[in-house]
Design a protein around this ligand. Sequence first.
Ligand code: GDG
Length: 479
Amino acid sequence: MARIGTADLVIVANRLPVDRMTNPDGTLGWRRSPGGLVSALEPVMRANDGAWIGWPGGDDGELEPFVDDGLQLVPVALSPDEIEEFYEGFSNGTLWPLYHDVVAKPEFHREWFDSYVRVNERFARKAAEVASENATVWIQDYQMQLVPQMLRELRPDLRIGFYLHIPFPPAELFQQLPWRRQVLEGLLGADLVGFQLPGAAQNFIRLVRQRVGHKTHRDTVYLPDGRTVKAAAFPISIDAKNFEDLARTEAVDRRAKAIREALGNPAKIFLGIDRLDYTKGIHARLRAFSELIRDGQFDVEDAVFVQVATPSRERVEQYRILRDDIDRLVGRINGDLGRIGRPAISYLHSSYPREEMAALYKAADVMVVTPYRDGMNLVAKEYVACRYEGDGALVLSEFAGAAEELRQAWLVNPYDINGMKQALLQAYEADPKDIARRMKAMRKTVIEKDVAHWAARFLDELAATRPDHGKSVRPARRS
Ligand code: GDG
């Protein structure tokens, strides 16, 4: 066997949890990218000599592994062609729309898949080098679905987990994928395959039975060589305490008041925060809101909609089209309905620091989250975490994974514009007691089931899949 590494826990993800930045003196450095995943995994990584394998972004070529704030980071390089074919192409032009109910049309290109195979091989080889004997490897998300099987071939001693952050489609849609069998077999290299929702795990089990022909019973697949693979749901969450603490700071409180002031102190602020993505239903929600003004249900003096759309995947054609569509819609709505100093929609195509996000959540009376399909949607949970005073209304799509837990939100079907108008109006007019009752229940869920709980549950379950095999991950050291 080739050289074996020292890490007892290895995370494999498309991206490293750091971004390249230029220091004031002109040298290059790294900045930790904000995100729940890294903060959830950090303590358990530290307790287990963990390593994180991922693409650092960009096409700077090979980089040596390095340690950032005590975490061992192992960069995997992508060439400009691979960025186009593996990342923008197969990951974001094929799998992303296919796994999100075909909200946009997926493109199938053989050279994109070839690139996906090559890049997955590179990640698998790197994981095989870095992992210690009998280590645990946890592979993340749709860009890496072939890695479990490739890694198992290289290192049968490892305990391998896989987690999919986005939905897993029903057989009727997954079937379209020309490489459906390779993807299913790739995932079956894991001991445990985790999904956001039980329905996704069931879709997977059914497909494995139908398409690969393995025996299955409930949540378990029985492979011919005697190995078993378990598929189950582990709904992801956020570092709720961290968000609440941030929202409670004086600086965020001041900023929330300043935002309200700058908007002209309207009676109610509606808020949407999303990556600018066609799955998020931004267009439909703005239309619903604008129709309420046009219908005279409220006035631009009473209500404003703040929409933050964080730039995303800007080199992918469908994302460019979406950006133009939203620009045009916002222009038309504000042109038709706005008054001087009073636009109906305050649209921001930009990304913000976490403090500003918390201030926006705190300033918003009605949070509007209306994806056509979403694995979970962390924005909905972040809003709840920031509303420590127990007020604030959440309008949430039934098709976001979060809707299975946040049942007390105003649930909507984003395809039904009239239904959305009704829900927005109800949230706008709701009795504060009703709002408080709903928020209290949602806060209980978000605070109890945070991202640390998610990570611990997955790793415990993974350790239990083959108790006779592999060493166990040590629990996180509590600070
Ligand atoms: C995928 C799945 C699943 C956004 N703009 C800014 C910013 N954000 C942060 C939010 C939130 C995160 O990005 C977005 O997470 P979502 O869950 O809403 O959506 P996706 O990016 O599509 O994530 C999704 C998730 O994976 C986890 O499994 O829930 O279903 O699609 O945390 O706060 N953060 C900062 N500035 C911004 O401008 N700092």
